[in-house]
Ligand binder design. Structure first.
Ligand code: ZN
Length: 443
């Protein structure tokens, strides 16, 4: 068992007890185990804290691997897909979240964010629809109230039908925080505020969103420094690089975590680290869109919390945090040599790093007494692990591919023996096929 606790304890033959959704004891083979109503056998397996997904766009699984958008960079890809996403409604938000969160749980995720920034006129309450899906599945969920306010007519990228005005966005943000945000340490739902990116919202919306987040004491999220196109856009539009712009609009704060952060300069890395601005590292997405290799080791060394994100289902297409952890490890070695970025570093980013990005250090992302009872049992058996005898944590990420045998959230199984525990997935997949077929016919 790899606890990823403060001492990074690894306990061969260890056990963890969960009571009322919270870790109540952790021990080794010689320690007295508490009485348990239910015991899960993890022999031959690695037990880790549940993985934390810090960046996603669940609704995009409705347009996954969409043929007309497979070879463009970020901006082309967005412009092709916006008209399809203009068809989002509550049914689409629910079913995409249900299927997407199930996919995440199967690969060991127990807490996920979501960044839903397309709110077409008349679409209904999309965030509440996905909160309902997460509750139905028992997944810990941090949706962000995304927003876009600059359409093509204002020099932005999205069509007019999917943007809203600033007052409407801020009022709805406040409503969602009041409706769903739970401040307790075992919270299943928390809301953050998330303008999509500097090229899709106004400067005043960035500033006012930061003020509202401070007033409501919730976190802030956006995309930043994803591509070199964005540097050029920010210089041309604001006369500043993205990180300077971020500082100007009041976002250099430990309330903030940013998706991607591929292109900060060395000086900007220092500033982000000093301000404890978090980064959601999305290695598959950054490769598939040709965005670049993020400076993960440099950001961590500067003091920035770094977590992992699968990113949107139609850019990265797959949604396995195990795969993102492995890819982060491979990218780390590619950048800095074989001794850099071990499996343990990747596991730490995927757990504690994600918890820190979400403002939940000590609550999730580690197996220690008092933390949420979120854990994963990974099988290290069979053909894929034959001969991998000396280091179970390195084996976990170097061999495989591997999916979760059991995924436990707050002491409750979400995945058991490799399958979702909730009946209803087949029905939801049928709805998903109908909704995504209609959406893809919109082009
Ligand atoms: Zn994204």
């Amino acid at each position: 068992m790899a606890t990823v606790d403060d001492a990074r304890r690894e306990i061969p033959g260890g056990w963890v007890a969960v009571t009322d959704g919270v870790v109540s004891a952790v021990g080794g083979p010689g320690d007295q185990r508490p009485e348990a109503a239910r015991t899960i056998d993890a022999r031959g397996c690695l037990v880790t804290p549940g993985l934390v997904n810090t960046h996603h766009h669940l609704y995009q699984n409705l347009t996954r691997a969409f043929a007309p958008a497979l070879t463009g960079g970020l901006f082309d890809w967005l412009v092709t897909l916006y008209p399809l996403w203009a068809r989002l409604d509550e049914e689409a938000a629910y079913v995409s979240a249900y299927v997407g969160l199930t996919e995440l749980a199967l690969a060991g995720c127990t807490t996920s964010t979501d960044h839903l920034y397309v709110h077409p006129r008349g679409a209904g309450d999309l965030i509440t629809a996905e909160v309902t899906a997460a509750r139905d599945l028992g997944m810990r969920f941090h949706p962000t109230r995304g927003s876009m306010s600059l359409s093509v007519k204002d020099g932005g990228l999205p069509p007019d039908s999917v943007v809203q005005d600033d007052d409407e966005i801020l009022a709805d943000s406040q409503r969602l925080v009041e409706a769903h945000h739970d401040r307790s340490p075992t919270a299943m739902t928390r809301i953050a505020l998330a303008p999509c990116s500097p090229f899709s919202v106004s400067t005043s919306l960035m500033t006012r969103t930061a003020e509202l987040a401070a007033a409501l004491d919730v976190r802030l999220h956006t995309h930043l420094a994803e591509t070199q196109d964005e540097d050029e856009f920010c210089l041309a539009t604001f006369g500043r690089r993205p990180v300077d712009y971020l500082a100007d609009v009041g976002w250099m704060s430990d309330r903030v975590w940013l998706a991607h952060v591929v292109w900060p300069s060395p000086e900007e890395i220092t500033r982000l680290g000093a301000a404890r601005v978090g980064a959601a590292h999305c290695p598959s997405s950054n490769m598939i869109l040709g965005s670049g290799l993020a400076p993960v080791a440099e950001l961590r060394a500067a003091g920035a919390p770094v977590g992992l994100g699968v990113d949107g289902s139609s850019s990265a297409d797959s949604a396995s945090l195990w795969l993102e952890a492995r890819t982060a490890m491979l990218q780390g070695k590619l950048r800095h040599g074989a001794a850099a970025m071990s499996a343990r570093d990747a596991l730490e980013i995927a757990t504690r790093g994600g918890a820190a990005c979400l403002g939940r250090a000590g609550e999730i992302g580690e197996l220690s007494v008092g933390a949420c009872g979120d854990l994963v049992v990974w099988p290290l058996e069979g053909v894929r692990f034959a001969g991998a005898l000396s280091d179970p944590v390195e084996a976990w990420l170097r061999c495989g591919p591997v999916a979760a045998r059991h995924t436990v959230v707050g002491g409750r199984l979400v995945v058991e023996d490799g399958a979702p525990v909730h009946a209803g997935l087949d029905e939801q997949l049928a709805v998903h096929r109908r909704v995504s077929t209609a959406m893809q016919a919109a082009l």
